[in-house]
Design a protein around this ligand. Structure first.
Ligand code: ADP
Ligand code: MG
Length: 687
């Protein structure tokens, strides 16, 4: 085994024989086993493109890396020769291929043929160096499995390795289901399933094997989620709070506006949860600007009325600061004490604050992740709220604790998000959450007009901007960078300077970004809120939460650089008052994805539709949000394709946990579950 191959395997997450067996083929390909270039030309005939894939072996005669006029057009042009002729191959977007191939190398390419100006050629074929035999791992009918591979190790080499160990390994695979269970599921034994996916007698067998393996994957996650839910409901306890007319009236007196019906409804749902000792585990979804903060305030005040504490955790310092200001304003003149805890607090102030938190002098703490530091303990926390800009990460969050807590007492938890969770997802990692949704926006909002503007028309946008400023309105300019780089993209500091010079002379232009001291940033934000700053140039730090009703224009430079959800959040900073607002997206998008994103954001301001579009554009691969949740993505299950299988897994997992909450009677299942999800789902203290 060459070091290169070892690296290749490692990159695929393969370290043991078991990993190798779990590495499943993507598909099976039919091979027109090695044809010559002459035969290939005949196969293509008069067609522009061949239907079938062909495999050709030959010597590399020439390798030419060609730089495109932009990065995505870069390609490597290779001339392949055999005794019967020559064939041109183009690899787009894979510049590393030029380093791997050199003249006289013997390679095998596999792909479809096409006709380019009368000569036969291939585009982006799979390829491998010929140093052994061709695809020995073929199954019946000459089908060849194609495994996920990379630049260090080819599918063929992987297929050979699997082929070599499979037979010896299968007998060691133990099934965690009994024969009876398998019969009910109408699924094959686990070892048989692995045989079927790697070495199917016919293609349908590989599907049957895959179904079993995908089911297991979904089932384990459901089991984990259900086990956790059971544990929470039957073992954990949260403080019982009061929610009645008196409390309601007292809290509402603090809110400077009339709640919308939708806000009232979710407040009732939450209030109802808080009167129970089963810890609340609820997700509050509502579009940008829909008014989630006052809902959070309600929940927190319920804790305070019940002589307990509450915490609100925000994803950025800026947002924590803003929440803090909002709370302080709404609670002015009351006896409720509010504290702000972020990592930029000085040592002394921090010590004094956490002291007050732990002895109960502070009722409501607003903060960032700094709240999760182990020396922050509460005297009596009843409600913990997390304001998340993006949805995932629900499970890795540590819970806030009390000084003298046993492990079984926890606060009620509410997670707020502006990005709705699609149904398929809500069944998977979020299967343990109850969901409340705020629909619509509070009254008195005027619509936002969104326009895509070509970079050459930028000056028109800023001229319009300066007219608005002239009328006393304010606005934002968002750029991707803090400081100049050689990327040619605009940066906060220099852009603020040039805007002031070119369009806003005598006006007040300021900037904020994530690398600023938080005091300075807070000062600038406060000035912007008070209206003493006209133009605020910023990075995406202002993406969440910033709320200034007099800001009516937002310009986003290099808008194609931002994700869809991010653009939506950014745009949500305007359209917060009575005046109509404008959002100008400056970009000349080059990739399809970017074009689709920008079209979507221009077409609609409905966050729920944008979230759906976002998932469509990004595809199900990212849909699972595995990175943020710390949960490994599915290997063979695919959502929403396997939705039926997911439902089945869920039903069975519910029954299983009902009958045997700790899986005492299913030793192997339990062992595997803990190995797989023990850490990421925090099952350690459950089972
Ligand atoms: P988000 O859901 O994005 O967090 P916020 O809670 O920041 O939204 O609310 C956006 C703005 O709408 C705030 O200025 C808030 O005071 C205001 N708001 C919330 N609810 C109402 C309401 N029922 N009537 C009028 N204004 C409201
Ligand atoms: Mg908010």
């Amino acid at each position: 085994m060459t070091p290169e191959r070892v690296e290749g395997l490692q990159k695929l997450g393969i370290q043991t024989v078991a990993d190798l067996i779990k590495h499943l083929p993507l598909r099976f390909e039919e091979h027109h086993g090695g044809v010559t270039i002459e035969e290939a030309t005949a196969i293509l005939g008069e067609n522009d493109r061949s239907q079938d894939l062909v495999t050709i072996e030959g010597e590399v005669a020439q390798v030419r890396p060609i730089r495109g006029w932009k990065r995505s057009k870069a390609r490597v042009e290779v001339l392949l020769e055999d005794d019967s002729g020559s064939l041109k191959i183009n690899w787009f977007n894979q510049p590393w291929i030029a380093k791997k191939l050199h003249p006289d190398m013997h390679i095998r390419v596999h792909g479809s043929l096409s006709n380019y100006k009368g000569s036969v050629q291939m585009t982006n074929p799979r390829w491998e160096k010929v140093d052994g035999e061709a695809c020995t791992a073929t199954v019946e009918g000459g089908l060849c499995p194609v495994y996920p591979a990379n630049e260090f190790i080819s599918s063929t080499v992987i297929a050979d390795m699997i082929s070599e160990v499979l037979e010896g390994a299968l007998p060691h695979i133990e099934d965690h289901f009994t024969e009876k269970e398998r019969k009910n599921l109408d699924m094959p034994e686990l070892r048989e399933a692995y045989r079927m996916v790697h070495k199917p007698q016919e293609e349908s067998e590989s599907k049957e094997g895959r179904r079993r393996i995908a089911y297991d994957e979904l089932y384990f996650l459901q089991l984990g989620v259900m086990m956790k839910r059971h544990h929470r409901q039957s073992m954990l306890r949260a403080p019982e709070l009061r929610w009645d007319e008196k409390v309601r009236t007292r809290i509402e007196a603090r809110i400077p506006f009339t709640l919308t019906n939708s806000q009232q409804k979710v407040i009732e749902e939450i209030g109802n949860d808080l009167t129970k000792t089963i810890p609340m585990n609820r997700l509050l979804q509502g579009d940008v600007g829909s008014g989630k903060t006052v809902v959070a305030l309600h929940a927190m005040l319920m804790a305070v009325v019940g002589d307990a504490q509450a915490a609100l955790m925000a994803p950025t310092e800026l947002l924590a600061e803003q929440h803090y200001t909002t709370m302080v304003e709404m609670l002015e003149g009351s006896s409720v004490s509010v504290g702000l805890l972020t990592s930029s607090l000085g040592t002394k102030d921090r010590a004094s604050l956490i002291d007050k938190v732990s002895n109960g002098e502070i009722d409501i703490v607003v903060g960032t992740h700094a709240l999760l530091t182990s020396d922050v303990v509460f005297s009596n926390i009843a409600v913990s709220i997390v304001d998340e800009q993006h949805r995932f990460g629900v499970h890795q969050r540590a819970t806030l604790r009390n000084k003298r807590d046993d492990d079984l007492t926890v606060p009620h938890t509410l997670v707020m998000t502006a990005t709705p969770i699609p149904r398929t997802l809500s069944l998977t990692i979020f299967g343990d959450l109850d969901v409340s949704t705020i629909t619509g926006l509070p009254p008195g909002r005027s619509p936002i007009t969104t326009r895509l503007v070509q970079p050459e028309d930028t000056s028109k946008v800023y001229s319009y901007f300066s007219e608005l400023v002239e009328k006393g309105q304010q606005g934002y300019v968002v750029v991707p960078l803090v400081e100049d780089t050689d990327s040619g993209m605009k940066a906060v500091l220099s852009h603020a300077e040039s805007l002031e010079r070119e369009y806003f002379q005598g006006k007040r232009v300021a900037f904020v970004h994530g690398r600023m001291k938080s005091e300075e940033r807070e000062k600038t934000m406060a000035a912007f809120r008070e209206g003493t700053i006209d133009v605020l140039v910023a990075t995406t730090v202002i993406e969440v939460g910033v709320d200034v009703a007099n800001a009516t224009i937002m310009v986003i430079e290099h808008a194609d650089r931002f994700g869809l959800a991010q653009l939506h959040q950014l745009r949500g900073r305007v359209g917060r008052g009575e005046l109509p607002s404008v959002c100008a997206l400056i970009a000349s998008p080059t990739t399809n994805d970017a074009i689709e994103r920008l079209n979507a954001i221009v077409e609609t301001t409905d966050g729920f539709r944008i979230a759906e579009r976002d998932l469509e554009i990004r595809g199900p691969g990212e849909l699972f949000g595995s990175k943020q949740s710390g949960i490994a993505p599915f290997k063979s299950a695919r959502l929403p394709r396997d939705l039926e299988l997911l439902r089945l897994a869920r039903r069975n997992a519910v029954t299983c946990i009902q009958n045997d909450p700790l899986l005492k009677h299913a030793e192997l299942l339990r062992k595997r579950l803990l190995k797989k999800y023990g850490e990421s789902l925090g099952l350690g203290d459950v089972a």
